[in-house]
Design a binder for this molecule. Structure first.
Ligand SMILES: CC(C)(COP(=O)(O)OP(=O)(O)OC[C@H]1O[C@@H](n2cnc3c(N)ncnc32)[C@H](O)[C@@H]1OP(=O)(O)O)[C@@H](O)C(=O)NCCC(=O)NCCS
Length: 164
C-alpha cells in the first residue's frame, strides 16, 4: 500500500469513499440525523477548505484508491489540538490492515514535528480500532451530541506502536 499526499485530481474519489462509508458502514451505527449531517458536510468545496488546515492523505494499492486520512490542526480555545481525521477505508477492505497503516502515517508525521499528543474524534464503530492503535477515551466528551467519542494517545508512546 502506498500512502501519498492528496492531489487536486483525488478530490472526487476522496469524497466518494467517505460517502460510501457513511452509507454502507456508519449508517448501521449512527442515527440518521448524524449520518445526514456528516455526509452533507463532506463535499469537494469543503475538502478544498480543509486543505488549509489539514494534511490530507490517500492510500492506494496498485494505483487504486483504498483509504483516506488526515493530520489536522484544530484550534480549541486558542490552543492547538493535533488530530487524526477523515480516516476511512474502502468498505470491502476493512479489517484487512489498511487502517492501522494509515494511523501509523500521521503518528510518524506528528513525531517528526515534535507533537506530543494526537487526538481523534472517533465514530462509534472505530473506538475499538483506535484502542487497538493505542488511543484511550477522554474523560470529557464535548461532542457526544454528534455521536463522536474523543480519544487521545501520546505520540512517543512506544508501547502501542505495534502497527508502525
Ligand atoms: C475504522 C477503520 C478506519 C479501521 O481500518 P481497518 O483497515 O478496517 O482496520 P485494520 O484492518 O487496520 O485493523 C487494525 C486492528 O484493529 C482491529 N479492528 C479494526 N476494526 C475494528 C473494530 N470495528 N472493532 C474491533 N477491532 C477492530 C483489527 O482487528 C486489527 O487488530 P489486529 O491487528 O489485532 O488484527 C475502518 O474500519 C473504517 O474505515 N471504518 C468505517 C469508517 C470509520 O469509522 N472511520 C473512522 C472515522 S473516525
Amino acid at each position: 500500500m502506498r500512502i501519498r499526499r492528496l492531489q487536486a485530481t483525488d478530490l472526487d474519489s476522496f469524497v466518494e469513499l467517505i460517502h460510501r462509508n457513511w452509507d454502507e458502514v456508519l449508517g448501521n451505527f449512527h442515527s440518521a440525523e448524524i449520518v445526514a449531517l456528516f455526509r452533507k458536510q463532506m463535499n469537494v468545496p469543503a475538502l478544498r477548505e480543509q486543505l488549509l488546515s489539514r494534511v490530507l492523505y490517500v492510500a492506494e494499492v496498485d494505483e487504486t484508491f483504498v483509504a483516506t486520512g488526515a493530520l489536522a490542526d484544530f484550534h480549541v480555545q486558542r490552543k492547538r489540538k493535533h488530530c487524526i481525521s477523515n480516516l476511512f477505508v474502502r468498505p470491502d477492505l476493512q479489517g484487512r490492515g489498511p487502517g492501522a497503516l494509515l494511523v501509523a502515517h500521521p503518528l510518524a508525521s506528528a513525531r517528526r514535528r515534535g507533537i506530543a499528543t494526537l487526538h481523534v474524534p472517533s465514530s462509534r464503530v472505530a473506538i475499538s480500532f483506535y484502542r487497538r492503535c493505542g488511543f484511550v477515551v477522554d474523560a470529557k466528551q464535548p461532542d457526544a451530541r454528534l455521536e463522536m467519542t474523543w480519544m487521545r494517545r501520546a505520540v512517543s508512546d512506544a508501547s502501542a506502536l505495534s502497527h508502525e
